[in-house]
Write a protein that binds this ligand. Structure first.
Ligand code: NAG
Ligand code: NAG
Length: 369
């Protein structure tokens, strides 16, 4: 009798489970979210630097940062959202909060990025969370996940995830605060060290189960308003050597990715060619709905290239444009939210000439069998 009622119970349960609750007539598995991990610099930092001992040079937790979307400053170096916020939205994830935010959960991933950070420890050393330290935080998170989920589930979680990087900008731009040109041999040596350190981090994450990687390569770094302001003559030209470093990096990095794809088990990647994409927007702003492609919306001095937006970084006086939606550049070193959105759209499912070989959408949808 006990056996029979047990069986009945199972049948009843079965019926409940099989009765479609929607009109579509078939059951769907609840979708498992794909975790999203983010590493890098101010392009992707949602406010980690609010929680470290640093200077306002590497912070953006004051007005008018955030004015377009959040109505308060979150620490993002943007008038609104970042590329990673848009990608999270397209992937149907909530915004991934700063890893250092107290009480943060890792159910959907984590964001370790830090404004001012580089792949090299010596880039703004002591003022930022360098890439190696970001990796250390990732490993601490992994340890806490193992306690919660166990080893096998943690590995699965990390393998399912997408890992996004923006790193190198600060390694390549910071030397120009003291010099205006750099020898070709020093340039090659610097690129070698940046790529060497970045490679080590990619391999470490791969060892821990990571398979799906996405990268923002270097934009035309010498053409940022803050770099144009440093260019000799200040006639509006780009700081050539900084842009040249970006090109050297991008060429070497593309080679590296091909090598990693053949060396690392299951390694898949998406690389957006920011150099050509941002150059196009900057050179033909009206084609993309902007009016101004050279001068920033917020800052002071030539091209508003003096990094003073908000008046909290030493220089108190600054100008703020009326309509940031007309500007390609928000402040001396960062594109506006609308440009971030255009970039995120390209990364998600864009032109194969801009993003290759996989789109972010296909990385998020990819399931290992
Ligand atoms: C923060 O950094 C400043 C300057 O480097 C240093 O003098 C101070 O002791 C640091 N504070 C903490 C709490 O680490
Ligand atoms: C990483 O950066 C450090 C500091 O610049 C450098 O000494 C080291 O050679 C780099 N490592 C690699 C593998 O390139």
């Amino acid at each position: 009798m006990a056996k029979l009622s047990f069986l009945f119970c199972i049948l009843a349960l079965h019926r409940i489970l099989l009765v479609p609750s929607s009109c579509s007539g078939h059951l769907r598995q609840p979708e498992t979210p794909v975790p999203f991990f983010i590493f890098g610099d101010s392009i992707l930092d949602p406010g980690n630097n609010n929680y470290i001992n640093t200077t306002t040079q590497h912070q953006a937790n004051f007005w008018p940062y955030g004015e377009t979307f959040f109505e308060y400053s979150t620490g993002r170096c943007s008038d609104g959202r970042l590329i990673s916020d848009f990608i999270a939205k397209y992937a149907k994830l909530p915004m991934i909060p700063p890893y250092l935010q107290p009480g943060v959960q890792f159910n959907y991933g984590a964001n370790f990025a830090s404004a001012g950070a580089g792949a090299l420890v010596e880039t703004y050393q002591g003022e930022v969370i360098d890439l190696k330290t970001q990796l250390k935080y990732f490993e601490e998170m992994e340890t806490s996940l193992r306690h919660k989920l166990g080893d096998a589930e943690t590995k699965k979680f990390l393998s399912r995830a997408v890992y996004l990087f923006s790193i190198g900008n600060n390694d390549y731009m910071s030397p120009f605060s003291t010099v205006s040109s750099m020898q070709e041999t020093s340039q090659k040596e610097l690129v070698g060290r940046v790529i060497g350190n970045l490679t080590a981090v990619i391999k470490e994450i791969h060892d821990r189960g990571g398979r799906k990687f996405a990268f923002l390569n270097m934009g035309p770094l010498g053409c940022l308003p803050g770099m144009r302001a440093l260019a000799p003559g200040r006639k509006g030209g780009c700081l050539k050597d900084a842009s040249h470093l970006a090109k050297l990096h991008n060429a070497a990095f593309s080679q590296l990715l091909l090598k990693l794809e053949s060396q690392l088990d299951g390694f898949k990647y998406s690389n957006i060619n920011l150099y050509s994409y941002i150059s196009q927007i900057m050179e033909h702003p009206t084609n993309y709905g902007f009016k101004e492609g050279i001068t920033a919306c917020c800052g002071s001095g030539p091209f508003r290239g003096i990094y003073s937006c908000g008046g909290r970084r030493g220089v108190k006086r600054y100008e703020l444009c009326d309509k940031v939606s007309e500007y390609v550049w928000w402040d001396s070193f960062h594109p506006s939210e609308r440009v971030y959105q255009l970039i995120a759209e390209q990364m998600w499912n864009g032109n194969p000439n801009v993003v290759e070989p996989y789109s972010l959408k296909s990385l998020f949808e990819w399931v290992e069998v």
